[in-house]
Write a protein that binds this ligand. Structure first.
Ligand code: ADP
Ligand code: MG
Length: 411
């Protein structure tokens, strides 16, 4: 099915539709190297139709249509107050929709919240642990709540601790953990029940850049190794855009854009590609002359100096309108060779979701009363059978009320 996002269905893989190749699509090739795993084409594990939540006059979530598939990382992105957490709580059956339909792992969380809880791991934005207990003891507690006991529980705990890289610290008290370690313990906690879907609410908030990088790497690994679906909500676009296979941009309760970062860049971003080129500096290397040579190329529209690394001269070159980015790179290389320069780098600039986000919000505010342009890709498949059933639990930490997990924190 084609829709206005320009996506079509091709063997379960979302591909750009009849839109001609664009700079963004070329940049997408780079991105695909980071995300070699395409959507699996299975039925969505999360599906909402016109899902709505009202609090009095406030519409926190407004007719949300969303699909998340196994094997993909979906980013629900938007500023504070956009409705991300409210959406998640409805997916988990922790908040009742005012209107619309929601299905998670084929179940209706409103009618069967415990069935959903059994198969969905959830890291709330305010995960709480017992600080006086070790990481392992906290996980045992969760395992028991999920009716996992004995050797199989211990094996599962060892497994998830290893997966999140906490094996070495498993037996020290949680109140000695860094924030990043607590976040990782939160993911381990969500993984103890071997879920099909993992939902992470603001998983990178309040952790340092190295912690964020580790967290994102962990997410990629989880989806790769466990084949689960991962829904990630965040207001930190720049932090999470690199890890998401698809993103939905959420603003004031509405999903205003949906697609891969590249697709959104094509729709809202700067359509002109740019290329960064760097050469080794040296006594005979004349920066201004090189810049002039780049500027003289018919393929290049603009030349700007790039933040220099010591010993290097670098420029950002904007590719001319209607010029294929590869053609521009070829021309740039010719200049480098002709001038006898030593190339240090030649890279395509990735589209920025930040810019996409701002434009999407701006366009949205100009179209305040029109329907959402975001249309999920309908893959037209039936749900796949549930993987080998494990005796599930009927309880989790949020229902048991330990810490603050699962409860809303409104600030
Ligand atoms: N229990 C509640 N009662 C009243 N308003 C709420 C409640 N929960 C959320 N809201 C409001 O709904 C909107 C969306 O909130 P939320 O889903 O937490 O956004 P996000 O997670 O994107 O920051 C906000 O305006 C928030 O104040
Ligand atoms: Mg939130």
């Amino acid at each position: 099915m084609a829709d206005d996002s320009g996506l079509t269905e091709t063997g379960g893989v979302a591909v750009p539709g009849p839109v001609p190749p664009s700079p963004g699509a070329l940049a997408a090739q780079d991105a695909r190297r980071v995300h070699p795993r395409p959507h699996t084409g299975s039925a969505p594990v999360i599906r909402t139709r016109r899902l709505t939540k009202r609090y009095g006059d406030l519409i926190a979530v407004d007719r949300l249509d969303l699909e998340v598939h196994r094997g993909e990382i979906f980013g629900l992105l938007g500023p504070n107050g956009a409705g991300k957490t409210t959406t998640i709580l409805m997916l988990l059956g922790l908040s009742e929709p005012s209107d619309g339909d929601v299905s998670v792992v084929g179940l209706d969380p409103t009618r069967n919240p415990l069935g959903v809880k059994r198969r969905v791991g959830y890291l709330p934005d305010n995960a709480g642990f017992y600080g006086s207990m070790t990481g392992r003891q906290n996980l045992r507690y969760t395992a028991r709540l999920n009716r996992l006991r004995g050797e199989s529980a211990e094996a599962q705990i060892d497994d998830v601790l290893a997966q999140v890289g906490l094996t070495d610290r498993a037996d020290t008290r949680v109140d000695t953990y860094s924030r990043g370690m607590r976040q990782r313990l939160g993911i381990a906690d969500a993984l103890v029940k071997d879920p099909d879907v993992l939902i992470l609410d603001e998983p990178t908030i309040a952790i340092d850049p190295i912690g964020v990088a580790e967290m994102l790497e962990l997410m990629r690994q989880l989806v790769r190794e466990r084949g689960m679906a991962l829904l990630l909500a965040s207001h930190l676009l720049d932090q999470v855009q690199s890890v998401c296979d698809r993103v939905g941009i959420f603003s004031a309760g509405r999903l205003i854009a949906l697609g891969t970062v590249e697709e959104l860049a094509n729709r809202y971003g700067d359509r002109q590609a740019s290329v960064t080129v760097g050469v080794e500096a040296g006594p005979d290397v004349d920066g201004p002359r090189i810049a002039e040579a780049f500027a003289a190329l018919p393929e290049i529209a603009a030349v700007e100096r790039d933040g220099a690394v010591p010993g290097e001269l670098a420029w950002d070159l904007r590719v001319g309108q209607g010029v294929a980015e590869a053609q521009a790179r070829r021309a740039i290389l010719r200049v480098v060779l002709e001038q006898g320069l030593l190339l240090t780098r030649l890279t395509r600039a990735a589209p920025s979701l930040e810019q996409v986000y701002r434009r999407a919000v701006a366009q949205r505010s100009g179209l305040a009363s029109t329907p959402s342009p975001a249309q999920p890709v309908d893959r037209g498949r039936r749900p796949s059978p549930r993987k080998g059933g494990r005796g599930g639990s009927s309880s989790s930490r949020d229902s048991a009320g330990r810490g603050t997990s699962g409860r809303r924190r409104r600030t």
